[in-house]
Design a protein around this ligand. Structure first.
Ligand code: NAD
Length: 367
């Protein structure tokens, strides 16, 4: 006889086809093999100026046709066009990106219009390499979309490449990954498969982040962060953008705030807002944090990590808050576990701006 849970279980989930190579200490060899496997002979290498020397080392035995180094956060449209021109002019048959989400995003902009495959070699925990989501910025507004052509064909992970990421930025980037997990538990297409990825990712991230704070050279912890970043991004890709990502999308596009620290600052506030109305997600997040209560758990984690707390510290002007509230109000999904109004958003964003601890149960009214 089937249980009630079995008969009520109904969901849709899309698994994305992608090859993932975890090659600790061996990124150059793994990259060469993957380029050969794809039969590429003219590779466009996308890496910002800081990552360019690393990319050159990793690509020493790769048939490089051209290099594109004008990588910028949130991919301005002019940069996307220049990268596409570089791909056209060298008749590229593959794009290799080396760097964080900005390098991956630039490679995605090329793939979006050319259909060229991407091999992504991530050096942060942004997770863009595991999503079919692209983003472009023009005149202070960020446009995002989903297109299967921008999902990298292959990811080569090597935690050794992330050891140079400063510890503060590593913490912020790891919390960006944690935000993918948390938000995916209540995002519009959340389902049992995306949630199980999110839960395993949270476990890995919560264990590894304090270890990296204590020792930036801890390779095992860095590997766990990459693993958690990948799984969290897979969960996010399947579940879609929830309230947290909509807020950060607005703030990042309109006010050019640094991506990972901004995600880190906003996360506890969205968690505190949604948790009372999403008890199953709240329990899973609390479990992953090793706490009775998810808000106590995240406050304690942030204390241990000395995590970023304030949007003002990141450069958001107080005068921009009213506009930000309006823009965010238009973007929050109607499926959010708690209804959102201008007052609630104003309080939430002001708390995040000041750097106050997340408020509990403010404006709570369940549907
Ligand atoms: P980033 O790629 O801009 O990197 C941040 C800084 O760290 C840069 O100065 C970079 O040069 C430096 N850096 C990167 N790796 C390093 C390393 N190993 N050692 C030393 N320095 C290093 O930042 P990010 O947070 O990785 O990515 C942010 C961008 O990615 C944003 O534009 C965001 O919108 C996008 N993103 C997209 C998705 C998606 O699914 N489409 C997901 C996450 C992030």
């Amino acid at each position: 006889m089937s249980s009630p849970q079995t008969t009520t279980l109904r969901f849709e989930h899309e698994s994305l086809a992608q090859r993932v190579v975890f090659a600790t200490g061996d990124a150059a060899l793994a990259l060469r093999r993957e380029v050969e496997r794809l039969g590429a002979t003219r590779v466009l290498v996308v890496a910002g100026p800081l990552e360019a020397p690393l990319a050159d080392r990793l690509c020493a035995e790769v048939p490089v046709a051209a290099r594109f180094t004008d990588v910028q956060m949130h991919v301005p449209v002019t940069v996307a066009e220049a990268a596409r021109r570089a791909a056209r002019e060298c008749a590229a048959d593959l794009v290799v990106s080396v760097g964080g989400g900005s390098a991956t995003g630039t490679a995605k902009a090329v793939a979006l219009t050319t259909g060229l495959p991407i091999v992504a070699v991530p050096t942060t925990y942004a997770g863009s390499e595991a999503t079919p989501v692209w983003g472009l910025t023009e005149a202070g507004r960020k446009t995002t979309g989903t297109d299967p052509r921008v999902l990298p064909a292959v990811i080569v992970y090597d935690p050794v490449l992330t050891v140079t990421l400063p510890v503060d930025l590593s913490i912020a980037s790891g919390l960006n990954a944690l935000a993918h997990c948390v938000d995916s538990l209540w995002a519009p297409r959340a389902n049992p498969i995306s949630s199980s990825h999110a839960v395993e990712a949270m476990r890995a991230l919560v264990a590894a982040l304090p270890a990296v704070r204590a020792d930036g050279g801890d390779l095992d912890a860095r590997a766990q962060l990459l693993y958690g970043a990948y799984l969290g991004a897979v969960a996010f890709a399947a579940a879609g953008s929830g309230m947290h990502h909509k807020i950060c999308h607005v703030l990042g596009g309109a006010y050019d705030l640094p991506h990972a620290p901004m995600h880190a600052v906003v996360l506890p506030h969205v968690l505190a807002y949604n948790a009372p109305a999403a008890p199953d997600a709240a329990r899973r997040i609390a479990d992953a944090l090793g706490a009775e209560d998810p808000i106590d758990g995240i406050v304690d984690l942030y204390d241990r990590l000395d995590a970023p707390r304030s949007l003002a510290d990141l450069g958001l002007a107080e005068a921009d808050l009213p506009e930000a509230v309006r823009l965010v109000a238009e973007a929050v999904p109607s499926s959010n576990p708690r209804p959102v109004d201008l007052d609630a958003l104003e309080s939430l964003l002001r708390d995040a701006w000041v750097g106050r601890p997340p408020a509990r149960n403010r404006h709570l009214e369940t549907r």
